[in-house]
Ligand binder design. Structure first.
Ligand code: PLP
Length: 338
């Protein structure tokens, strides 16, 4: 067993898929780019492939799609980042579906029998055509992406723009716009929802109307516990000084594992349900915590994420978003699917 491990609860993910499906009434395009947000792309891909509510998977780039195919995954795979010249053969060979968002992507597909989907920029300011209607018999789907689902007024503008564009298309198999945070819009003209974060039970927005079950728990082992005398500094640059005799635990998890340095002297971890404060600077492989009077021992597990603290909550303390925290989880953390 590794010094740090991420517990992934398959049943919780299955439940979340079911609840997202039931709430929206639409099958899911499960977004598992960036190593499934750090959770483990192949493992999660295989789990999701077995669920009937999941129609397709989506990744960012062709390499991720190839990895899934090589692992034996057969469901439809959308490549959100489009197709560049030189990549088209891989799309053909591995039966990947490009999301075309630029004329250059179309050029890469010239003369090839590859079905594709077309993306529109309705206010995201990232990928997509503005209003240009593409006429091509290979088009099987059209999509757009919301930039600010929590801003209702702006999102409605995006939705209206997308509807206007869609009125020029016929016979589409897939129309999609909602990501995790925008599933509550319950758009009645889309055929699928395109979700990532919500799969893991992380709440994508406050007052989220779907009850999700947390699927992830992150632990690391204590590799030292000792008492420092009063007036003793903790960690690099001595940003923390003990004010009294202090029981300091060293957790085998640092910023190289994904615990942002901004959580130094700020974040909390949990031990048997009790919170322990991070003291001193977080270092590359280790983080110090104040155990106060809690009897913890070397070899015990400290909880970084779990029932007491979600990725979203920890991210908030770190001044970031759960996506960044999760995708920063290092490869030396053991991923345990159970
Ligand atoms: C990453 C991504 C998603 C998934 O977003 P979540 O917030 O994780 O549900 C959906 N659509 C696009 C275009 C994305 O890049």
């Amino acid at each position: 067993m590794s010094r740090a491990f991420l517990i992934i609860k398959a049943d919780a993910i299955k439940q979340n898929v079911r609840r997202l499906f039931e709430f929206s009434g639409k099958p899911l395009i499960a977004v598992i780019k960036a190593n499934a947000y750090g959770v483990g792309m192949v493992q999660i891909g295989k789990l999701l492939e077995s669920l009937e509510e999941v129609s397709s998977l989506a990744v960012a780039c062709v390499e991720e799609g190839i990895e899934l195919r090589k692992a034996g995954i057969r469901k439809k795979i959308l490549v959100l980042g489009g197709v560049l010249r030189g990549e088209e053969k891989a799309f053909l060979d591995y039966e990947l579906t490009p999301v075309v968002s630029h004329r250059e992507h179309l050029r890469a597909l010239e003369g090839l029998n590859i079905p594709f989907q077309v993306k529109y920029d309705t206010g995201m300011g990232r990928l997509g055509f503005f209003e240009e209607i593409i006429e091509d018999p290979r088009i099987e789907g059209v999509l757009s992406h919301m930039s600010s689902p929590l801003d209702r007024e702006f999102s409605i503008k995006q939705i209206e723009r997308f509807r206007r564009i869609l009125s020029h298309y016929r016979n589409l198999k897939m129309v999609h716009m909602e990501s995790s945070a925008s599933v509550p819009y319950r758009l009645n003209f889309t055929t699928h929802i395109r979700v990532g974060l919500a799969l893991y039970g992380e709440k994508p927005a406050p007052n989220y109307p779907i009850e999700l079950i947390p699927a992830l728990e992150l632990y690391a082992k204590l590799i030292s516990v000792k008492t420092l005398p009063a007036g003793y500094p903790v960690s690099y640059s001595r940003t923390y000084m003990t004010s009294k005799s202090t029981r300091v635990g060293v957790v085998a998890f640092g910023y190289a594992d994904g615990l942002m340095k901004s959580l130094s002297n700020k974040g909390k971890l949990y031990y048997k349900g009790r919170s322990v404060s991070i003291i001193g600077n977080i270092t590359m492989d280790m983080t110090m915590v104040d155990f106060e009077d809690i009897p913890a021992e070397v070899g015990d597990n400290v909880q970084i994420v779990g029932p007491n603290q979600s990725f979203s909550e920890l991210a908030k303390t770190a001044g970031t978003i759960p996506y960044e925290l999760m995708t920063n989880l290092s490869s030396r953390i053991e991923r345990v699917l159970c």
